[in-house]
Design a protein. Structure first.
Length: 96
């Protein structure tokens, strides 16, 4: 049984890049780039639990590192990069 492929929606006005980290050494981490208001989707995932998603945003004032999403190991697959107050950003799980 495979978990759903990871999707990351970039709701900011900046290009974002980062890494999706998985729990097992048998699972390769995914590196992604996503443009503003678009979604990146992993090519595969298998039975790999996700532990962390990082994001760095390319802003006119330089690169800003977002607060990452972190877990002890989750099968969740739907995430967004969102803007906070000021010049802060974070990766969050989408809850439907």
């Amino acid at each position: 049984m495979a978990y759903p492929k990871v999707k990351i929606f970039n709701s900011t006005n900046y290009i974002a890049s980062g890494t999706v980290e998985y729990m097992s050494a048998l699972c390769s981490n995914d590196h992604y780039n996503v443009t503003p208001n678009t979604q990146w989707k992993a090519k595969s995932r298998g039975v790999c639990l996700l532990t962390k998603i990082t994001a760095t945003l390319k802003t006119p004032n330089g690169d800003i590192v977002a607060t990452p999403y972190e877990s002890s190991g989750t099968s969740y697959s739907d995430f967004s990069i969102i803007a906070g107050t000021g010049n802060t950003f974070r990766v969050t799980r989408n809850v439907s």
